[in-house]
Design a protein. Structure first.
Lengths: 789, 293, 170
């Protein structure tokens, strides 16, 4: 098969928009000429290593660095005592929320108490990483271990140990929210189904770990930081505050980043530490995280416990849903309480739900922090809701697809208020989408109606096959904004500068496409600069499937503004109407047959100022425009996954036979790139469903800390994904686009576990967890008598 | 994750390798490095001296001698896998190697290294036991190389600890050659392709002209520190037809094995897998027995 | 600490360096020879990002000491394209099939597939998937990589059929 066979939407008579354009990023990456942070070699650069707490919870009694400092090749060893000023304090609070009762962010180095195994305690700078690690081995730390909170549910109990000894309890936040008359919904309800679900989601594990370099230029007081991250402006803000640095003299650069998926978004202590060391030592300092450190200290999503009750009418119409959820927060809040909040507000999904009542407990535990990982809390919500719908279908004796069909929001109901009110006071409002069409497309492509026959035939051969489905609605393209500068240079090349910072999403190609379409120039004449706080003054970053919406539209608007400027300038010079002008092959020309042309290069030179030349009224200098796009609200994409798989009843092993993903992310700028995002995100979903399990023991010690213990999907674990694209344009932005990076992950575990349950339906076993591992399948089958001889 | 410091030695003869190992204080050998180097990178293992065996060509030979297959301890797994001699004389080994990790590992990893690592879940100790392996061990004594032989059944002392004394070096492995047309199979259950087996089974058999089992070898790995030969079952199956009853006898016995438990895999599940995989392996082995005309 | 002399040929160029015994091959390539195309993803031999060819066979640079490479021949991702920078058939197929996103696993993938295509000229989809199980990717979901390998194999076969005397691309 060839990926170009995958269906994508073609777009009218556009040259670039809607086309499967090959990526401009690829050539150098294919030759191994990428510039990831560890590829950067600076003269006199030193290497760093971090000493980390082996205990999940302990008081630091003393730290002796004498031997470490004396080691040949060591330039500095820092502990908290060596930090000064604002850097002695905690990382700034980035996402405050009045619901947070006790807010705790991380120190750059632990001062008196360590609260997760892996927390940074000392920072060593040496000639080589090898020596720096030797030095770490010579640092003597005396700890007094303390009891640890290992399970978020236990953390709520009155006699629980405290995650932070100076807190009064372990509650980050307790939130109750709802809408409609939930009591009436459950009163005299013909059907009520209830279930408890547990889900563990580990971390995203991009192939490149974190890494930072800081270089201080004493001649002008500038600090340059290279980072493997997702949001340079966000990281800059943190550094400026912690280092008490002049914002005009700090630049954060993100060149090539080897994957992000969420966890590279927050600010981490090591970034502050390399900067502090670089300034103190007046030499560039590099710190590259190794995979073990990534397991210990990079944010995850980890455990959520859900109790869901759904009330339905006799015809299967949902009356209301009550739910309670407990979320394992970990020891710190690098990204507020966004993940569990998104979990709760995702629960309505594509269904008409008249009433909901939700209770959320976010709990501190002595483990590393949680923050959004691809899907950002939505996979858990979809799992809980789609699984309870399956249970309801069983209780009603109704087909699972039919039950859903009866409850779907209809396209004519758009825009649809899903019921919840966001914390900013605005309602959760779906702007567009055709959920019935999406479900129908997925089921048809999966030949759902023919499945009963396939199942019977397989069973007659002693094989167990099952089918599962799940649908989701995902808020994408959230603000507050993203900006772009589009500039035509004096040599005629076009440069696009944006604050977005890619980690593989092909931003440079997509933005070039948008710009090329507006300015009618070949793609090769456009240079796109991303991930540089020196390039554009404000930016938010690449996460939450927001960049095509925010940055894409700002490129669009800025390119249009440059185009308008060219017309105005040419019209001024030729003394004609702007209507009389067209753009052809890098030139502004007269429509009316008069042979007059200006190349963009000429116009650029003119616009950059010629002494004596008067700028036309209202026109700013330069053939450039900077525009920020601020969406009014998120724009909602949606999808349906249908999975057919086989279960080996003897071992509990599964093989996916067919994977259909119907996906609507509005207009597609580059269908090839969107396909890549959908398929790639399905792989993360498969990992969540059956393989990835970040485990801690009863002392909150991580027990899966390498790739042999924590299982990522391999090429033999991910099937070919059949992607069906629907395009319901977003009415909320000029390009009509929605986000696309997480849609494959969100329904995956729900659909896969549903299919496993369906395959084993004759045994009546129900599965309420993810990951669902083979041993667990065995245990349930054994208890159901499947192996009786 | 960088290793701690060590002194590096690169002998080119067995004599030199054995002498170094016998005289240096706190020394480890480096074979394929696929198990040792991760441990050194993590600093779970630190050593003063590292003796690199990759230059000792004499340890890489694969040959047939006196009716047995002889494989040098430093023969690359990939070379063993692709060896026409091995495919002909011991096709079980080739089957097993399809399940061992990934090509990048097999290109460097060695049979000797795997046997010394002695991971209970590893396929290589399993097929070595199935083929009645005999290990040749060398040591430095009175200025010369002395050797001893040890049957595979005596190799595993305890969890990941083979019966190697301080200063001893595994130099070679000899294996039984089964007659042409014998049945063979390696079955395992692993979470993903190439992962260590949670449980694995190596089966070999021959049958007489009437289809009755003559000789059987049945070995289970992943259940104990070393591979477990099911001698009682092997005896019980002799003379029986290759049928469902035979499978059930073997499977039931496997389910009764005394198995280890750890945090990740329960006793129950391990025993169940041992039973299932024993039946599957034997069934395949039966199907491969060449019928004598 | 005594250093070791390493005389090694990488991508056709001979190098001679002194290294600490514990210097890992990946660090040697990346930082001593400035060949940063080979990447570290785990340093414990699972992810495959550091895959190189040692004497024509794939191996993990994170599990090999630089000192061990004395007298050997290496190929890294930098050795795949033509001297003028033209992408080879496999690299071109990757670009056409969108078989890379962040690009970090890509060099290792290319080396593993190079070995596969050297061994067999008509790999099946199953064989390709099995061959790259030792290379983890978190971006693509593998499907486009498989498509690229199939496409490259087809083109190489066509090239060979058209000009049997010509050298196959490495």
């Amino acid at each position: 098969m060839d990926i170009s066979d995958l269906k994508g939407a073609a777009a009218g008579d556009m040259r670039y928009i809607g086309k499967r354009v090959a990526r401009t990023e690829d050539s150098k990456l294919l030759k191994g000429q990428g510039s990831y942070v560890d590829d950067v070699h600076l003269p006199n650069m030193l290497q760093a290593a971090v000493l980390r707490s082996p205990h999940a919870h302990a008081k630091i009694v003393s730290i002796d660095c004498t031997a470490a400092r004396a080691l040949n090749g060591v330039h500095a060893v820092y502990t908290h005592a060596d930090l000064s000023g604002r850097a002695r304090g905690r990382a700034p609070s980035m996402l405050p929320n009045p619901a947070i009762r006790f807010e705790r962010t991380q120190e750059l180095l632990a001062s008196t108490e360590v609260t997760f195994a892996g927390e940074a305690v000392a920072f060593v700078v040496a000639d080589t990483r090898y020596i720096a690690e030797d030095a770490c081995g010579l640092i003597e730390v005396e700890y007094d271990t303390l009891p640890a909170v290992a399970d978020c549910r236990d953390g709520l109990l009155p006699d629980s140990p405290l995650c932070h000894t100076d807190a009064k309890d372990n509650i980050v936040a307790h939130i109750e929210m709802g809408f409609g008359d939930i009591d009436a919904a459950f009163t005299d309800a013909p059907h009520v189904v209830e279930e408890t679900y547990w889900q563990n989601r580990g971390s995203a594990h991009p192939m490149e770990t974190r890494g930072y370099i800081a270089e201080y230029h004493p001649t002008n007081g500038e600090l340059t930081v290279w980072s493997s991250g997702q949001a340079p402006h966000h990281e800059k803000k943190n550094l400026v505050e912690l280092l008490e640095w002049d914002a005009e003299k700090l630049r954060v650069l993100m060149n090539d980043v080897g994957g992000g998926f969420g966890p590279k978004l927050p600010f981490y202590p090591e970034e502050g530490l390399v900067a502090i060391a670089a300034v103190a030592l007046k030499r560039p300092v590099k710190w590259i995280e190794d995979r073990r450190e990534h397991f210990l200290s990079v944010t995850q999503e980890r455990d959520q416990w859900w109790t869901v009750r759904m009330a339905l009418d006799t015809d299967g119409k949902i009356r209301g849903v009550k739910l309670e959820m407990v979320h394992d927060n970990g020891a710190f809040l690098p990204w507020g309480i966004i993940t569990p909040y998104i979990s709760i507000t995702t629960t309505p999904g594509p269904y008409v739900i008249p009433a909901m009542g939700a209770k959320l407990d976010v709990v501190y535990t002595n483990k590393c922090a949680t923050s959004p990982v691809r899907g950002a809390g939505r996979p858990q919500a979809v799992f809980a809701m789609e699984r309870i719908l399956d249970k309801a279908a069983r209780a009603l004796g109704m087909d699972r697809a039919e039950l859903r069909w009866r409850n779907l929001i209809q396209p004519e109901q758009m825009p649809y208020d899903a019921g919840f009110i966001y914390r900013d006071g605005s309602p959760l409002r779906y702007d567009s989408g055709d959920y019935p069409a999406c479900q129908k497309a997925a089921l048809e492509r999966a030949n759902y109606t023919g499945f009963a026959e396939r199942k019977a035939k397989a069973r007659s051969e002693g094989r167990f096959v099952g089918i599962g489905m799940a649908s989701f609605v995902e808020g994408t393209g959230m603000g507050p904004f993203e900006g772009a500068t589009v500039r035509v240079q004096a040599n005629g090349r076009v440069v696009v500068i944006t604050g977005a910072s890619p980690q593989g999403q092909g931003h440079k190609t997509t933005f070039a496409q948008i710009c090329a379409e507006q300015l009618n120039v070949p793609l090769e004449t456009i240079d796109v600069i991303t991930g540089d706080t020196g390039g554009i003054s404000m930016g938010v970053g690449t996460f939450a499937s927001r960049v095509t919406v925010n940055a894409g539209n700002s490129v669009y608007i800025a390119a249009q503004a440059v185009r308008d400027k060219m017309f105005t300038l040419a019209a001024h010079l030729w003394k004609c109407a702007t209507d009389d002008l067209v753009l052809i092959d890098g030139h502004v020309a007269r429509r009316s047959g008069v042979e007059q042309r200006f190349s963009y290069a000429q116009l650029a030179k003119i616009s950059q100022g010629m002494p004596g030349f008067t700028m036309p009224a209202g026109l700013t200098a330069g053939l450039e425009e900077t525009k920020y796009f601020s969406p009014a609200q998120s724009t909602y994409c949606n999808g349906t996954a249908v999975v057919e798989l086989e279960v080996d009843r003897e071992t509990g092993h599964i093989s996916i036979l067919n994977y259909v993903m119907a996906h609507d992310s509005g207009k597609l700028i580059n269908p090839m790139i969107v396909d890549g995002q959908v398929i790639g995100s399905v792989a993360h979903g498969i990992g969540n469903a059956t393989l990835e399990w970040m485990q801690y023991d009863e002392n909150a010690q991580p027990t899966t800390t390498n790739f042999g213990e924590y299982l990522l999907p391999m090429a033999t674990d991910v099937p070919n994904v059949d992607v069906v694209h629907l395009e319901t344009p977003s009415p909320l932005n000029p390009l009509g686009v929605k986000g696309a990076g997480e849609g494959g992950t969100i329904p995956a575990a729900a659909a896969i576990i549903a299919a496993i349950e369906d395959a084993l339906s004759e045994y009546g076993v129900e599965f309420t967890e993810a990951p669902l591992v083979p041993q667990r399948v065995f245990e349930k089958l054994k208890a159901a008598g499947a192996y009786a001889r | 994750m960088k290793p701690s410091e060590f002194e590096y030695h690169a002998p080119t003869t067995i004599d030199d390798a054995v002498r170094l190992l016998g005289t240096l204080e706190d020394a480890r050998v480096l074979a394929g490095g696929q198990s040792l180097m991760p441990m050194m990178n993590f600093r779970y293992l630190m050593t003063t001296h590292l003796i690199d065996l990759n230059g000792v060509d004499a340890l890489t030979r694969i040959e047939e001698r006196n009716g047995r297959l002889h494989i040098g301890a430093m023969a690359r797994q990939r070379d063993i896998e692709l060896s026409p001699l091995v495919t002909q004389r011991a096709p079980l080994i080739r089957d097993a190697y399809q399940l061992v990790s990934h090509k990048q590992i097999r290109n460097r990893g060695t049979l000797g290294g795997s046997l010394c690592q002695l991971d209970p879940s590893s396929e290589q100790p399993c097929f070595t036991a199935a083929l009645d392996g005999v290990l040749t061990i060398a040591r430095h004594e009175d200025g010369a190389v002395a050797t001893r032989e040890l049957p595979m059944s005596d190799w595993a002392l305890m969890y990941m600890t083979p019966a190697l004394e301080e200063g001893e070096l595994l130099t070679g492995i000899s294996l039984d050659i089964w007659p042409a047309g014998h049945g063979y199979a390696f079955e395992e259950f692993a979470r993903r392709h190439g992962d260590y087996a949670i449980v694995g089974v190596a089966a070999l058999c021959t049958a007489d002209a009437h289809g009755r089992l003559d000789r059987v070898s049945l070995t289970v790995c992943g259940v104990a520190p070393g591979p477990v030969r099911m001698h009682e079952v092997e005896t019980a199956l002799r003379g029986r037809p290759m049928d469902e009853d035979a499978l059930r006898i073997a499977g039931d016995a496997a389910r009764e094995l005394d198995v280890m438990t750890d945090a990740h895999v329960s006793t129950d599940y391990r025993q169940h897998l041992a039973g299932v995989l024993t039946e599957r392996a034997l069934k395949t082995a039966f199907s491969r027995v060449a019928t004598k005309s | 600490m005594e250093t070791r002399t390493v005389r090694v040929v990488v991508n056709g160029t001979a190098y001679e360096r002194e290294v600490e015994p514990r210097r890992m091959l990946g660090d040697f390539l990346r930082h001593d020879l400035d060949l940063t195309g080979t990447h570290y993803g785990c340093e414990h031999g699972v992810c495959g990002a550091c895959t190189v060819l040692i004497d024509g066979r794939t191996a993990r640079a994170c599990l090999t000491l630089a000192a061990q490479m004395d007298g050997h021949t290496l190929t890294t991702v930098e050795g795949l394209a033509g001297a003028d920078g033209t992408l080879n058939a496999l690299q071109k197929a990757f670009a056409e099939c969108h078989a890379l996103q962040c690009g970090f696993c890509t060099p290792g993938m290319l080396m593993t597939l190079t070995e596969l295509l050297n061994e067999t000229d008509s790999p099946t989809e199953a064989e390709i998937r099995e061959a790259i199980t030792g290379n983890l990717c978190r971006c693509t979901g593998y499907q486009p990589i498989v498509a690229a390998a199939l496409l490259a194999a087809q083109r190489i076969r066509e090239q060979r059929a058209a000009a049997p005397a010509a050298q196959a691309t490495e």
